[in-house]
Design a protein around this ligand. Sequence first.
Ligand code: SF4
Ligand code: SF4
Length: 254
Amino acid sequence: MHNKDKFPDGMIPLGTETFQFSCHSGVKCFTSCCKNVDMFLFPYDIIRLKNRLGVDSESFMRRYTRLSTGSHPYFPAVMLKLSDDVEKSCPFLTDKGCSVYSDRPSACRTYPLERAVDRTPERGSCLDYYFLTNHSYCLGHQEKKSCTTLQWIREQQLQEYNNMNDRWAELDTIFLTNPWKGEGSGGPLQQIAFMVCYNVDEFKLFVARQHIFEQFQMSNKQKNRFESDDVALLQFGFDWLKFFLTGKSSLQQR
Ligand code: SF4
Ligand code: SF4
């Protein structure tokens, strides 16, 4: 049973019950939700998209994103930069629909659901909740198909995104404590943290220049994986930032 008291009025988390929804190219509103949209992009979204487009992370960030105020003043949020057309379309939208569909961002996969994560530290683990959104322009709710949240998570291949976004959120909770050692926002430490989270190709060069791997216990196999797999390197980067900012991490110094 869910504790409904912890959510604002009217927000009722879905449990095991089904919700009615289907989105396909035959709906009249097809691609309406890909225009004039405020969309946050998370570190894992950036890696999936930049690799899909075959560009480096710095070029991706410059061309497709803009910075915005996050949920707290100590770290900026990254948002999708929309096209300049009248409809303010997503830059990945084409006449046939989404051109990056199998690598689309977390928000596009999760819709029409929204995910909230309860990280009460005393419990030691996270609990997530899903809520059904209902925008009047979205006709997918009138389709006959229905499914449970678990089926939706599976169908949309959301689990890997959720796992990576949870790791990112854990780090953002550290950023919330203003851990920049008196430098304030925009200082060198925050810039390093931003590079780790959003510019994995630059982080790869930084790691090599600073001999970061040599400072920690790891096998050659792990090192090779970090050097060849952006997602593994991002995970290492999250652990390294935790170590660097709090002294606590799964990484062991040599
Ligand atoms: S990434 Fe694809 S699904 Fe998401 S808003 Fe853009 S075009 Fe639409
Ligand atoms: S049904 Fe909803 S999610 Fe699908 S295209 Fe229409 S507005 Fe977008």
